[in-house]
Design a protein. Sequence first.
Length: 90
Amino acid sequence: MRIHQLEVLVAVVDSETMSEAAASVNLSTSAVSLQMKRLALELKTELFVRFGRTLLPTPACIRLADQARILIARFNAIEREFGSRKGKRV
């Protein structure tokens, strides 16, 4: 599992459509779909179910997205704190 996959997952959960999620993370819709399939396989859990043309997150997906938001926020905080110190010794 990579932080990028979690960012994509959150985008899908937070978006009205897969196309909207894809645009928000600068990927194609097919790339987003592939990332979600790979993540589901890696975690051995179903993340989304189809209801007609609608893609609905499973309860496991909602829990994962909640945890992902926390990790993404921490990751971004680390990047902000240490990213500005590239090449500097502390």
